[in-house]
Design a protein around this ligand. Structure first.
Ligand SMILES: [Zn+2]
Length: 77
């Protein structure tokens, strides 16, 4: 089980034993780590090797073949 912090976006494989739970919401649990830092952690179901994929355009726009043929015909004139 791994966790992701929504404050600093770090990923953690486990919560340290000495971490203190200071708040709990529906998806996020806030912990104060032994080093004094506070992390708002949510369980990550699966490893996400490409977390930025969702923000990108799903497919680059492409010309239809018909439009391309028309464009080439215009170029040759
Ligand atoms: Zn954090």
């Amino acid at each position: 089980m791994s966790y992701r912090c929504r404050i600093c976006e770090k990923k953690f494989d486990a919560i340290p034993e000495n971490a203190v739970e200071v708040n709990h919401q529906s998806f996020y649990t806030t912990y104060r780590f032994p080093n004094g830092l506070v992390h708002d952690l949510r369980v990550v179901a699966q490893p996400t090797p490409q977390p930025e994929v969702e923000r990108q355009e799903p497919e680059p726009k492409q010309f239809s073949t018909g439009t391309m043929a028309h464009a080439f015909r215009n170029l040759k004139r």
